[in-house]
Design a protein around this ligand. Structure first.
Ligand code: ADP
Ligand code: NI
Length: 208
């Protein structure tokens, strides 16, 4: 038997999936699914109300300001959906506050996050790191005509430049210990990737 909570989560997931169907990879439902999975992994270590965490992870990018003329509308959309499904008002408000305050852009002005908000923010940021982070950076570069790699000494924006300018700063911004641990693992992978990439560019490799 499915619990009522699982039922609500399943319904929200289905709604979010259909609403994000047209959104390109990297910001579509694939991102939401990864953040949802990672948020559950972090919650198992860090605690926090699982229902609030899962709902906020699912709904956090629904009204992303990038796609709504600069206005962040996730809270508004989340409230409408959760109300419709008969979710308790206190939970609706908590989820709304989280989705309204976790984005990187709001870092300076955001309200302090609850433990649940901290978990979802960590999960969202973790999706910019590791193998996924590398792929998303390459996809971004392809979409905006930015090279992934620019040889040393040339001052041009690049994907690897973005690793240093933003992504390698994320580990220190993690809220939870579990988030920091996963960030470290994913950052290490990216650094190993850069080392391998540069070694290949230089024509190096191990020969017997
Ligand atoms: P989000 O909305 O998920 O916080 P962004 O829209 O800023 O993230 O970025 C989406 C993805 O594109 C991320 O993985 C991010 O690292 C990557 N990205 C953002 N800006 C750049 C950039 N200037 N160069 C390369 N990749 C970028
Ligand atoms: Ni996100």
């Amino acid at each position: 038997m499915q619990s009522k909570q699982d039922d609500v989560i399943g319904q929200v997931a289905a709604i979010v999936r259909s609403r994000l169907a047209g959104q390109g990879a990297g910001h579509g439902y694939d991102h939401i699914q990864r953040v949802w999975n990672t948020a559950r992994t972090l919650q198992a270590k860090s605690g926090g109300d699982l229902l609030v965490i899962e709902l906020a992870a699912l709904l956090h990018d629904l009204g992303d300001a990038k796609f709504h003329n600069g206005r962040e509308r996730s809270k508004e959309f989340a409230s409408l959906i959760l109300k419709e499904l008969g979710v308790e008002q206190t939970i609706i408000e908590h989820v709304g506050t989280i989705v309204d305050n976790i984005s990187f852009r709001k870092r300076e002005s955001a309200e302090p996050l609850s433990l649940e908000g901290q978990v979802v923010q960590d999960a969202d940021r973790l999706d910019a790191l590791g193998a996924i982070g590398i792929v998303r950076t390459i996809e971004f570069g392809a979409a905006f005509d930015q090279p992934f790699y620019v040889p040393n000494g040339e001052s041009q924006k690049s994907g690897i430049g973005h690793f240093h300018e933003k992504l390698f700063k994320l580990r220190n911004l993690m809220n939870t210990t579990a988030g920091r641990e996963l960030a470290q693992e994913r950052e290490d992978f990216m650094r190993a990737f850069i080392a391998q990439f540069e070694s290949e560019c230089a024509g190096q490799g191990n020969l017997n």
